[in-house]
Design a protein around this ligand. Structure first.
Ligand SMILES: Nc1nc2c(c(=O)[nH]1)N[C@H]1C(S)=C(S)[C@@H](COP(=O)(O)O)O[C@H]1N2
Ligand SMILES: [Mo]
Length: 478
C-alpha cells in the first residue's frame, strides 16, 4: 500500500479515536474547537465571501475542511520515515494544540485536560494504525470514518432541538396570527416556522444550557445587582410582541431573516429592578460562551428591547438561544443582543464587543427597509397573462407603509398590502401583473412609514451596514 494512503487511513482512525474520546469524556469535539478558531480569526473579506457562497451551510463546510486538513497532514505523515522521537513529538504537539484550542471562548468552564487527552489519544491511535498490519488498518479507518461522519452531520438537527426541561410560565397560548393573506399562494408564512427560521452565530454547535443551573446576572453600574433564575425572570412579566429578526448578512432575495411571535420581559423592567446608576451609559449583553455585544443606553431607551424567552409559542430552542436572549426589533441580529444570555452589565466605558476587532463598526446598526419577491421564483416559467406576484417587506421597528413593483423599465405599480400584524413584523404584499409572452424583469421596493423613506436603491453588500438595492428577478411567460 502506498505511504500516503496508509497515512490518510491512519489519520481517519486517529480522528475517529479523538472524537470518540472527546465524546466519551464529555468534552468539546476537537474538530469543532478547530472550527471555532477558524470562525474567530477569519479575516472579514474571507468570511464575507464564504457566507455569500455558502449561505448558512458554513459550519458543516468548516468542519469538513478541518477534517480534510487533518487527513492531508496524515497523508504527509504516512510518507515520512518513522522515528520514535518524531512520534513522541507528534503526540506531545497534538496534545498541546488540543488543550490550547478548547480554551478559546470558554472562560470559567473550560474542558480541562480532556481535549489534550483526546488529541493525544487520537495521535497515538493514528500512529498505532500506521504500524498495524494492512488487514487491521482498513477496518480501523472505516470506524474512524463512521465516527467522523457522525460528528460532521451533528449539526443537522440544530434548528429545532429543544432543551431538556423548559416550560414557559405562565402557560401562554398564543392567539393565531392573521393578516388576510392566508390564501395567497406561495407567499412566505406570516410567522416563520422554527424549522425554516435561519440560525446564525459564531458557535459550531449551540451551547446547551440547563435551566436549573442558569442565572441571569444584572451587574455593573447598578444599585442592587441581581442574579435571576429562569422562574424569577419570567415572573417579572412576559409580553407578547411580533417582530422580524434580520441578519445583517441577508442579501437581496435571501431568507436570512424570519418573522416570529415572541415572548419576553421588557428590558427596562429587568434593568429597573436592579436600580441602575446614572453613571452607566452602555448596556452589555454577555452570552454563556463569552460573546458580547453592547448598546448605548440612549438607544436602549429609544427602542423597545426585550429579554426574550419564547418564540412562536415555545420556549427558545437551543439554537435560538435558550434560555434567554436580548432582542431589539429594528436592529440587525449581530447588534441586537446575545443568545444564551447570562449577564446584563451596565458600564460607563465603551465595550470591546465580539465584532469590533473583526473589522465591524461599533453598533447598533439599524435594519434597512427591504422587500423580497417570494413568487414567482427567479427564472420561473409562467403562463402568459395575469400573474400574481407576492412577497414580504420589512422596515422594523416603524413598519412598512407601501410596496411597489416595477416591470422592466416601467413605472412603479402599488401593491396590495396585507394587514400589518405589528410595525416591527414583516408585511405580506401582492400585485397582479399581466405578462405578455416573453422575458420579463420584476423589481420590488418598499417604503418605510418612518419618514416615508423609500427603500435605498443603491446596491450594497452586507458588510458593513447591511445590504440594500432592489430585489430583482426574471421570469419567462409563454
Ligand atoms: N451569543 C450569541 N448571540 C448571537 C450571536 C452569536 O454569535 N452569539 N449571533 C447574532 C447574530 S449575527 C444573529 S443574525 C442572531 C441570529 O439569531 P437566530 O440564530 O436566532 O436567527 O443572533 C445574534 N446573537
Ligand atoms: Mo447575523
Amino acid at each position: 500500500m502506498k505511504g500516503w494512503i496508509r497515512g490518510v487511513a491512519a489519520a481517519l482512525a486517529g480522528l475517529g479515536t479523538a472524537e470518540a474520546l472527546a465524546a466519551a469524556t464529555r468534552s468539546r469535539s476537537l474538530i469543532d474547537a478547530a472550527g471555532l478558531l477558524v470562525v474567530d480569526i477569519g479575516p472579514v473579506p474571507v468570511v464575507e465571501r464564504t457566507i455569500q457562497v455558502l449561505k448558512t451551510a458554513d459550519k458543516p463546510v468548516i468542519r469538513a475542511s478541518v477534517a480534510s486538513t487533518i487527513l492531508a497532514a496524515g497523508g504527509l505523515l504516512g510518507t515520512a520515515p518513522r522515528r520514535a522521537s518524531r512520534d513522541a513529538l507528534a503526540v506531545g504537539a497534538t496534545a498541546g494544540i488540543g488543550a490550547a484550542l478548547t480554551r478559546r471562548r470558554r472562560e470559567g468552564h473550560g474542558d480541562g485536560w480532556r481535549p489534550a487527552l483526546a488529541a493525544a489519544g487520537g495521535t497515538i491511535g493514528a500512529l498505532g494504525a500506521l504500524t498495524a498490519p494492512a488487514a487491521l488498518l482498513g477496518p480501523a479507518a472505516l470506524l474512524g470514518a463512521a465516527g467522523l461522519a457522525a460528528s460532521l452531520v451533528g449539526q443537522s438537527r440544530r434548528r429545532t432541538a429543544e432543551p431538556s426541561a423548559a416550560t414557559l410560565r405562565p402557560e401562554h397560548p398564543l392567539p393565531p396570527a392573521v393578516d388576510g393573506a392566508e390564501d395567497w399562494p406561495e407567499v412566505s408564512p406570516l410567522l416563520t416556522p422554527l424549522e425554516r427560521f435561519y440560525v446564525t452565530d459564531v458557535n459550531m454547535r449551540p451551547p446547551v444550557v440547563e435551566p436549573a443551573g442558569w442565572r441571569l446576572a444584572v451587574t455593573g453600574a447598578v444599585g442592587s445587582p441581581l442574579s435571576l433564575s429562569y422562574d424569577e425572570l419570567v415572573d417579572l412579566g412576559l409580553v407578547e410582541f411580533d417582530a422580524a429578526l434580520v441578519c445583517i448578512h441577508n442579501r437581496l432575495g435571501w431568507d436570512r431573516l424570519g418573522n416570529a411571535r415572541w415572548l419576553g420581559v421588557p428590558l427596562r423592567r429587568v434593568l429597573d429592578s436592579a436600580a441602575p446608576d446614572p453613571s452607566g451609559s452602555v448596556l452589555v449583553a454577555r452570552a454563556v460562551d463569552g460573546w458580547e455585544v453592547s448598546m448605548p443606553l440612549d438607544t436602549v431607551d429609544e427602542l423597545a428591547g426585550y429579554v426574550a424567552v419564547g418564540m412562536n409559542g415555545r420556549p427558545l430552542t437551543a439554537a435560538h438561544g435558550f434560555p434567554a436572549r436580548v432582542f431589539f426589533p429594528g436592529i440587525y441580529g449581530q447588534y441586537t443582543g446575545a443568545k444564551w444570555l447570562t449577564e446584563l452589565r451596565l458600564q460607563s466605558r465603551p465595550n470591546r464587543d465580539y465584532w469590533l476587532p473583526r473589522g465591524w463598526a461599533r453598533g447598533p446598526v439599524r435594519v434597512r427597509p427591504l422587500s423580497r419577491i417570494d413568487a414567482p421564483a427567479h427564472r420561473a416559467h409562467v403562463p402568459a397573462g395575469p400573474v400574481d406576484v407576492v412577497g414580504v417587506a420589512w422596515a422594523p421597528p416603524g413598519g412598512v407603509s407601501a410596496v411597489d413593483l416595477a416591470m422592466g423599465g416601467g413605472p412603479w405599480i402599488p401593491a396590495e398590502l396585507a394587514t400589518e400584524l405589528a410595525p416591527a413584523s414583516w408585511r405580506r404584499w401582492r400585485v397582479r401583473v399581466v405578462l405578455p409572452a416573453g422575458g420579463h424583469t420584476l423589481r420590488v421596493r418598499c417604503t418605510a412609514r418612518a419618514g416615508s423613506q423609500a427603500q435605498d436603491p443603491t446596491p450594497r453588500p452586507p458588510f458593513p451596514t447591511g445590504a440594500s438595492g432592489h430585489h430583482t428577478i426574471t421570469v419567462t411567460a409563454r
